[in-house]
Write a protein that binds this ligand. Structure first.
Ligand SMILES: Cc1ncc(COP(=O)(O)O)c(C=O)c1O
Length: 357
């Protein structure tokens, strides 16, 4: 039996999306593909509030996260690290042979505009990476405030992972001045994994043009050249792009404002459920994510046992990530999920642990 997913990605995929993936195949150099590609990228531009380029890469997010490093990091990169995925991004930068420094925050804390400003004021860096929503800790960093600081450093590439946040709230890429915004589709977009969307500002394309060692598969210049023909450098995951086409229709039918409000409602509901039962929240309340809640296991319950019993009832539950596994648990509330789905999970939890009713 397949379990209903409450883990922070992949998340449940709507049957209409699965059906869209069964659309008969087309060739990616055919006009039908160019039409699909143009429709999907222009829909994405509306969700991202960008008039810049939106590219589609057949890869999980880390493919493009590595690509961004290869294309945009010249002199030295500041990797702001406040959890497992941002730590890994720093590791990727080093593995690409780049000069890069990790600027670390304790897990559970956000990236702060003050530290970004202090770090970039040294003049050492021509690029920075940060993760908007650290999925490992459930922390959402204050992107607008950080973007404000970034205006003082126009020569520093502003590279942002919005893997687990894009579409759940307004992230206006152009207004924020993000040079490359990257997200995989298996989280807040609620599609199966395998497609990553990314943007490139004019400044990013100019930087990429001068960079050596961009490689081929994630070369921003290849993406830009193919984009002119509504195409991709190599054969894309066409079935997933059909799925994205359908999902964009569904997102616009719900309405962006309504989608953002649904995420806010779900987040408040889950936080309340957890705190009412004596569980603390891992991040400070102000920085709690809108797409997943990372709660402290303040009551010392047997999370592994709960996870196993929930699995028997058909629910996939997450008992924390990396070094905070067991100490915390995470509940996803993103994509197409609703408050009713969460209520179903909570009912299952209380049927196993009546003391949490
Ligand atoms: C914030 C964030 N960035 C990056 C990744 C890595 O994505 P992928 O596994 O698609 O490469 C994840 C996956 O959980 C994530 O949550």
């Amino acid at each position: 039996m397949y379990k209903k997913l409450f883990i922070p990605g992949p998340v449940p995929v709507h049957p209409e999306i699965l059906a869209a993936m069964a659309t008969p195949m087309i060739g990616h150099r055919m006009k039908e593909y160019a039409e699909l590609h143009a429709r999907v990228t222009s829909g994405l531009q509306k969700i991202l509030f960008t008039e810049g380029k939106v590219f589609l890469a057949t890869s999980s997010a880390f493919g493009v996260m590595e690509g961004a490093i290869r294309n945009l990091v010249g002199r030295r990169c500041a990797n702001f690290c406040n959890g497992a995925f941002s730590d890994k991004w720093h590791d990727v930068a080093r593995r690409c042979g780049k000069k890069a420094d990790a600027v670390r925050f304790d897990w559970g804390k956000p990236v702060t505009p003050e530290v970004v400003e202090q770090t970039l004021s040294t003049g050492l860096y021509d690029s920075m990476t940060m993760i908007h929503n650290e999925t490992s800790t459930g922390v959402m960093s204050p992107l607008p405030e950080i973007a404000e600081v970034m205006r003082k450093f126009p020569d520093v590439m502003f590279i942002v992972d919005t893997v687990s946040s894009m579409s759940a709230l307004k992230i206006p890429v152009d207004e924020l001045g993000i040079d490359s915004c990257i997200f995989g589709v298996q989280k807040a977009f609620a599609l199966p994994p395998g497609l990553t969307v990314f943007t490139a500002s004019e400044k990013a394309l100019q930087r990429a043009k001068t960079m050596e060692g961009r490689g081929y598969y994630f070369d921003y210049m290849e993406f830009a050249a193919n984009d002119a023909k509504h195409n991709t450098p190599s054969t894309p995951c066409i079935s997933l792009i059909f799925a994205m086409d359908r999902q964009l229709e569904r997102i616009f039918a719900e309405g962006l404002e309504a989608r953002w409000a649904r995420h806010r409602t779900m987040a408040e509901y889950v936080r309340q459920w957890a705190t009412d039962r004596g569980f603390g929240l891992f991040p400070d309340h102000k920085y709690c994510s809108l797409t997943l809640t990372c709660a402290r296991n303040s009551r010392g319950i047997d999370l592994d046992g709960l996870k196993k019993k929930l699995a028997e009832k058909g629910f996939a539950f997450d008992d924390g990530y990396g070094k905070i596994k067991g100490e915390t648990f995470r509940i996803a509330h993103m994509g197409d999920m609703t408050r009713d789905d969460l209520a179903e999970l909570f009912a299952a939890i209380t049927s196993i642990m009546p003391e949490l009713a």
